[in-house]
Ligand binder design. Sequence first.
Ligand SMILES: [Mn+2]
Length: 422
Amino acid sequence: MERFVAGSRAALQDHIQQHQEIHVVMGNEACDLDSTVSALALAYFLAQTSPAPKAAWVPVLNIPRADFALRTETTFLLRDRGIPAASLVFRDEIDLAGLHHAGLLSLTLVDHHVLPSADAALEDAVVEVLDHRPLERDRGPPCRVTVEPVGSCATLVTERILQGPPGVLDGTTAALLHGTILLDCINLSPAAGKVTPRDAACVSLLEERFPELPARHAVFGALQAAKFDVTGLTTEQMLRKDLKALSNDEAVVAISGVFEDLETFLLRPGLLQDLEAFCQGRGYAALVAMTVSFNERHEPTRKLAVYSRQEPLRATLCRALEEATTPSLLLQPLPSPWPCVVAYAQGNALATRKKVLPILRAALAGLGAAGGPEEEVVPPPTPMNSLVEECPLAQAVPPLCPQDVLERVSRIAVGQPPGSPK
Ligand SMILES: [Mn+2]
């Protein structure tokens, strides 16, 4: 695997120059660990087993290179397994439309099967899809379609590799797949509701073949910690990591999940300039930062900061949050070092962003000059939201993110049944 990835950029350049076929394997636009590892592992497998020796197999990460640092669990696992980021090919480093136009592109989609409208022109280059969300779009032959409701697309890639000729799977690829399935399936915990028997079987098979793989709980714990590790991220990167936006006809408000304690966040060097630049550069009139940090017992502590240079808007958002009753956020004012930032401790630690968004949406709707309906502005998918909540099993169980799991645990700890009003 390491050698394959190290050579993929050169192979790409070479094939472009020689005008030879290029076969791209690409994950979805959120580019989470599943998308990345599925693309790498499947491209590697196809390169080893393809009967067409002339094609270059290129795994492509479907984000600009500049966004890679935000996928902290991915950067951690690849670094841990000796795959340098410098060797990877990102979406802004390959001209897929140009290659397709020149008749050189074949495309395999992993971890999604519907191209975003911006990529509609690439539709007829798609030769295969491997996905684990419900089928939204039928594709006829010759396109090969594997869509199965398992917890992780990496499970489908693992099955595919294990069905292939023996000896292709190496230790690095096995470790990448093993870690990805464990993270996606919440360490195979049945209570978390994501794992299927096929995911569990793949993890067991990988462990049988590679007994040197680290213990499940250690792999899961390290990836989970890496996911929330914001060490080394700039303020701008941290605000983008888990970003949503709301608007009315006058203003756009950003809501960022921040995985750091609020006091630490407020004391970041250059914070005010960074907030200003972030909002100005993206046209946000205000930013609500929702911080979450966890204690040793995995219980969440939530705090809120409301930033805006526009005093009336800031006051409106603050009032809406303070006076909310469904649910009440039980806000306690905290000292803030900046006059344009209002800070609160959130007594109701069970109120996630999903609960806070409607409060802010209603406040914005009340502000609209014409009283027109508010619109949700969709920023590009980020590693922490977007497609994550659309997993095929989400219909049967509440959508699960790690915080939800932890919250469920703490809810059980305080004797509230899951799903009780918060
Ligand atoms: Mn996936």
